[in-house]
Design a protein around this ligand. Sequence first.
Ligand SMILES: O=C(O)CCC(=O)C(=O)O
Ligand SMILES: [Fe+2]
Length: 531
Amino acid sequence: MSSLSGLWQHPKGSLILQHLQEVQQNTDSGIATRVESFKDASLLNTLPSLLANANLEGKKGADASGVEKYAAELTVTAPRGSLYAGAPLRFEAEFPLHYPELPPLLSARSILHHPDIDDTTYELAGVTALIKTHPKGPLFGCMAALDSLWDVAAVPWTDEQLKTFWASHWRRCTHQCDMVPFSLQHLNSLSKEDQASHLTRLRDHINRSMRLEYENNGRMHQERTRVGQEYSRVTQQPEVFAAWPVEWLADGYRAFLEGTAKMHVRQPGDPPAPPGAFAVTEIARGVFAFQMFSSSLCDALVKVIKEYNALPEQTFPKRRPNSMNKYGLVLNDIGLEERMDDLLQWWRPLAALLFPGHGGPSLDRHHTSIVHYEEHNDRNLDMHTDASDITLNVHLGGSFVGSTLTFCGRFFEPRSRKEATTYVFSKGEAVMHLGAHRHGANELYKGERFNLIQWGRSQAYRRQHGSYQEQLYEQYAKRSAAAGFVEQGSPDPICLSRTHDRDFDHWSRVYKDIDLTKRNADAMRRTQQPA
Ligand SMILES: O=C(O)CCC(=O)C(=O)O
Ligand SMILES: [Fe+2]
């Protein structure tokens, strides 16, 4: 255990160790027993001890707001027979310099289905909460909230106290705790005896539902691991599963990454980039296009997609890439998560230059999928913003007519539903834009189109005040709070969204005589795509 402080060089190394040990003791008698006899629940509970024993290569740094911290990545292999056995699981631990005044942060780096892991922040709420960083303990997370629940019987609470309890402790709970505040409301009206039996029933209920949630998540994780492992065994494209050679990048992009070519950003209509430069075209304000993949990489990926789609659904399920497409694939789920991690490393340096203030330099998580448009399946994609900080969209190929991509404004700007630009991809070409940039794919008339979409996310950026995500949540909150909330101003017809705009019905009546597919025709005249 003592190796931790040595390797990590954190001035509070020994205190961290002590806390990790406490957590270990706590979990032995704590969560694990509460989730009666379900062995996989304890996987993450043992994480702190694994962490303490791990041979950590710590690094010192500062987060976006300048807080100095010590971070380390660790790999955990779950015991055989566990639902989490199989691929090693990667985690990240961060301890700020001013620990324990500032809390630590444990988060998953691998995609991992587990009730203690927050789906959007990847944080391990339960484990982090148990690390005692404050005299009273940072009581966030369901587990810690449960701890407080056991004290309730002894101290009858006023309504005001219950309200505060709810606001500070239950906010982050998953649905397993949904009925608890409701149930607590009645507590004060009961006799002492009834309170005790009420709490016992409540505890039983929570136990049962937590157990279910652990089991369901574990099974989901196990199934995902199985699919990835089996597919990587049967594929005819094993080279896509091994580390990708740099030759799979377009020459100019490779030279940029290797530091032998400088980036040259041009506007459409500007003279071409000087010879030897890496050319990036700003096709719309804040939307950048460049050649990224070689033709061989595009072809190899399309083969993977076609091959996987032809496999039986029962053994190789096909998950929808986003809430609006029915066809396509989530590459992270078919055994390519690690390759997609590598891909993120390949475009982060460019994102750092093009979007320094929007998480570009610190992209560290992703959701990666394939969109596939075909005459008889998905033919277009409604105007939308992405659940990403920055998106990379690479055109892999397919022979098609139509299927252009239109960009409007950015979510946080008053002109978010204006300024449309329509673009036609070439094979291997990538487009990079903010997730907040409104865009949509226009009608495909013939053939099929394949694109790889990587939604890049930055943990550090998301924790900063004022990120797009925060604005998005605020906007959603406003919408649900005020029935009848509508977007501001008149949209360009092309920027109207059926799925995202509350005033869609109104504007679609106003624009009923406008042929929205015309944007396709305009863009198509500029290209010579085969039918
Ligand atoms: O059709 C495209 O190329 C864009 C797809 C897209 O925007 C998405 O999947 O988020
Ligand atoms: Fe998108």
